[in-house]
Design a protein around this ligand. Structure first.
Ligand SMILES: Cc1cc2nc3c(=O)[nH]c(=O)nc-3n(C[C@H](O)[C@H](O)[C@H](O)COP(=O)(O)OP(=O)(O)OC[C@H]3O[C@@H](n4cnc5c(N)ncnc54)[C@H](O)[C@@H]3O)c2cc1C
Length: 524
């Protein structure tokens, strides 16, 4: 839709984001009318279409939801919300069947049963996939077609949400602007669903696409919503270090098949670091890879012996990434570095996806349901997106059964600029360097000073949301004086039982903590 008039009709429920969480919410709400407002075209943007592994669900003989829950709790390092995670894993098989009904061609075994693969920290084979490593693209292709064939779903593509409209404590719509600039548009609504994905592009090195810039988290925090567990960011240990942005991902399944991690001298550096060596937990491997990279020894993923020429057929996405970068993985190891991959934190929601603001729901990576705790179990995030999208839709159908048409209104052009490329680059650099794989007080205070300086000089509403998201992450990390899951501090390298809980913070509280950060680094 490209509105040319001052007002135009939209629906009273607006879903912000066209990734898996947003599209699944819209489809599940059908035939109730909804509008999906999204920065990137439906079916292609967001992290969802890039997912390689698949969706975790206890669908194989011998597997149970209890085992899936136990693995999820163990990965989350002591702070998973067991009740909410229990709901998610119990709903998983039904959601996989929903996706099959929308036409997702999950791989099958010779007897026609869903084929399942095993991923790190899963005690059973339980990840349903498509053509090896093509799950995300296949899911989004099928849902994109389903959405376009569903008359109750109105699409507003190419619009970036900038601010939530509020009436008292109630969210009453959203202001959004065309991706390429121009006048903003006010979209009034009785319900807004944030499904705007993660925060990867706040970091210089990330596997996420550019639209994962923390916009939803920033908007919600600025509107007063509680943000949970913001400090917990997962860094994937094996992104290809080939100078591309986003950094292409070399799936964990490669190590599952026996691929080795080596440095430039050909030494396996995980041996001696952890008994599971290459298959150690993701955060342990990420720190070891980080240490090799910063020491100058370099880090490489070597698939030559374990996978050899089969990589072309069994891991077509990784194989293509390598060839595009001029690397032949059949003959040479791939250079790697850790990259921001997933945000466990986000907008606090309950089991029905309701946030702490009336009229505002959230699902997918932008939400924090508590199912991941301090670290996400592989392939639980696509699951979280569909499991809670369904619950958001059911809740909205109960609370707002009668759809109404509303009038969106084009606002006078305020000439607000887009994000400044130089400022975006400095934010991303400091988040990777100072709020990245290894953190300490000095680095995080430095990051908060830069964020404060950028907040003062920037007029771009879109970038201000990114800065707010970065502030919530850096402040949460500064406040948590321990190491746990994806959050590692060199000045507090151990877990502290007193910190074995989730964290909940508003922007006002983060600002208070920020106001105590020294104005300059102490001179030593
Ligand atoms: C390379 C890669 C591989 C992965 N592999 C797996 C895997 O195998 N299994 C697994 O479970 N998870 C995997 N993940 C994680 C998983 O893909 C994501 O967590 C999940 O897809 C998030 O879905 P989402 O719908 O919340 O967000 P996204 O799919 O990121 O969609 C966000 C949507 O919001 C839009 N948007 C963003 N900001 C705004 C705004 N301000 N206004 C309007 N629209 C906005 C975007 O354009 C996009 O349409 C992977 C992630 C990556 C990057």
């Amino acid at each position: 839709m490209s509105p040319t008039q001052d007002t135009f009709p939209i629906d009273d429920v607006i879903i912000v984001g066209g990734g898996l969480a947003g599209l699944f919410t819209a489809l599940r709400l059908a035939p109730r009318r909804v509008t999906v407002l999204t920065a990137t075209p439906v079916g292609s943007g967001g992290s969802s279409s890039m997912a390689q592994g698949g969706i975790a669900a206890a669908v194989a003989p011998g597997d149970t939801v209890e085992k899936h829950l136990a693995d999820t709790l163990a990965a989350g390092d002591g702070i998973v919300d067991a009740k909410i995670a229990g709901i998610m894993v119990a709903d998983a098989p039904a959601r996989v069947h929903d996706l099959l009904e929308y036409g997702v061609p999950f791989d099958r075994d010779l007897e026609g049963r869903l084929a399942v693969s095993r991923e790190a920290a899963h005690s059973e084979r339980r990840v349903v996939h498509v053509k090896g490593d093509m799950a995300g693209a296949a899911i989004m292709q099928a849902l994109g077609v389903a959405v376009r064939n569903t008359p109750s779903i109105r699409l507003v593509e190419g619009y970036v949400g900038e601010a939530l409209l509020k009436r008292g404590n109630r969210v009453a719509g959203i202001v959004a602007r065309p991706v390429n600039g121009g006048p903003a548009v006010e979209f009034p609504a009785r319900g807004v669903v944030l499904a705007s994905g993660g925060v990867g592009h706040l970091f210089a090195v990330s596997t996420n696409p550019p639209e994962s810039e923390g916009g939803g988290l920033g908007m919600a925090a600025r509107a007063g919503a509680i943000i949970a567990d913001a400090e917990f960011v997962q860094f994937h240990p094996t992104a290809l270090d080939v100078g591309r942005d986003p950094a292409p991902l070399a799936s964990e399944a490669l190590r599952g098949e026996g691929a080795l991690l080596t440095n430039r001298a050909g030494e396996r550096f995980m041996v001696g670091v952890h008994p599971l060596a290459e298959l150690a937990p993701r955060d342990v491997v990420a720190r070891a890879v980080h240490a090799e990279v910063v020491s100058g020894r370099g880090a490489f993923l070597d698939t030559r012996k374990a996978i050899g020429a089969k990589i072309a057929e069994e891991f077509p996405t990784v194989y293509r990434y390598c060839l595009d970068a001029g690397i032949d993985p059949i003959a040479q190891p791939m250079p790697i570095a850790p990259a921001e991959h997933y945000h466990m934190g986000g907008v606090l929601t309950d089991a029905d996806g309701r946030t702490t603001l009336d009229g505002l729901w959230a699902c997918g990576e932008t939400a924090s349901t508590g199912v991941h705790g301090a670290n996400r179990l592989a392939s639980n995030s696509l699951l979280e997106a569909v499991a809670f999208a369904a619950r958001v839709a059911d809740n909205i159908r109960t609370l707002l059964p009668q759809a109404q048409l509303m009038d969106a209104r084009v606002l006078a052009d305020d000439g607000a600029p887009g994000p400044d490329a130089g400022d975006v680059a400095s934010l991303r650099r400091t988040m990777s360097d100072d709020v990245g794989v290894v953190r300490d007080r000095g680095g995080m205070e430095k990051a908060l000073r830069l964020i404060g300086a950028l907040e003062k000089k920037n007029r771009s509403p879109r970038f201000r949301n990114s800065l707010t998201a970065a502030r919530m992450i850096a402040t949460g990390a500064l406040a948590r004086t321990e190491s746990r899951g994806g959050h590692y501090r060199s000045d507090y390298p151990n877990a502290d039982p007193a910190w074995q809980h989730r964290t909940f913070m508003t922007l006002a509280e983060a600002d208070q903590i920020g106001s105590r950060v020294p104005l300059a680094a102490p001179v030593v």
